[in-house]
Every structure is written in structure tokens, then in C-alpha cells.
Design a protein around this ligand. Structure first.
Ligand SMILES: Nc1nc2c(c(=O)[nH]1)N=C([C@H](O)[C@@H](O)CO)CN2
Length: 123
């Protein structure tokens, strides 16, 4: 963040049911993805105004991310992550983000598998 603040807005464990996967059977079912987001935002402005219009509205972001994933129906988690990152930057003006996409059912022997990306710059 240009003003030296390192504030974030968090979304943790956002569950989205969608078609995702590379195998034929995966194109016939929905599976649960979990989305974790750290989004750089200057929280001092809404902290002073107490106005949600100054905040990064985590409810609006959650709704849009969920809609994106349900529509995209990608094969790879990597593709899903890139598209979500792109919309957060272009539609919500997020300058930096860390995004984790988990697919808890994908590897039965693992608690979860997934990808994590960071995009943009804090400063
Ligand atoms: N790096 C990745 N590896 C794999 C992915 C993926 O999205 N990214 N996907 C699959 C399959 O769809 C898997 O989830 C089925 O269990 C395999 N590897």
C-alpha cells in the first residue's frame, strides 16, 4: 500500500460447489472448493467513516467470487485462481492479494490439496 499501511480484508473458508477437474467423471459432478483470501485494503478510511462504501465489502467479494467459480467450471485449480485474482484486481481495485484454493476431496489420503498465488504489489 502506497501509504505504508499493510491492512487486509480476509475471507476464509468460502465454500463453493462447482464443476472442476481434469477427468471425465469430474465434468459430470460438482465438487466443493474452499477459497481463502487476503486482500490489501486501506482499512483506516472505513475505520474513520464507519461507511461500508469506503470498505472492501467482503460480502460483495464473496458473492462475486462464488459466481465466477460456478460459471467458469475450469479444469485446473490454477485456472480458477488466475481468473479470481484477475476479477479482484479489475473489478474491486485490489492492489495485492493472496489467494488459496483448496479441493478437500481430491486426494483421499490428504486432508486437502490446492494452490496458492499472490498477485499485485502492496506498495
Ligand atoms: N496442480 C494441479 N494438479 C491437479 C489438479 C489441479 O487442478 N491442479 N487437478 C487434478 C484433478 O482434477 C484431481 O483433482 C482429481 O482428483 C489432478 N491434479
Amino acid at each position: 500500500m502506497a501509504n505504508g499501511k499493510w491492512d487486509t480484508v480476509l475471507i476464509e473458508g468460502l465454500a463453493v460447489e462447482t464443476v472442476i477437474g481434469v477427468y471425465d467423471w469430474e465434468r459430470e459432478v460438482t465438487q466443493r472448493l474452499l477459497v481463502d483470501l487476503e486482500l490489501a485494503w486501506d482499512n483506516s478510511v472505513p475505520g474513520a467513516s464507519d461507511d461500508v462504501a469506503d470498505a472492501l465489502d467482503y460480502a460483495a467479494v464473496s458473492e462475486r467470487v462464488s459466481q465466477c467459480l460456478k460459471t467458469l467450471q475450469p479444469e485446473l485449480l490454477e485456472r480458477a485462481a488466475e481468473e479470481v485474482a484477475r476479477l479482484l484486481q479489475s473489478e474491486f481495485g485490489v492492489r495485492w492479494l493472496r489467494l488459496t484454493l483448496s479441493k478437500p476431496g481430491a486426494v483421499p489420503a490428504a486432508r486437502s490439496v490446492g494452490v496458492r498465488i499472490e498477485r499485485g504489489a502492496r506498495a
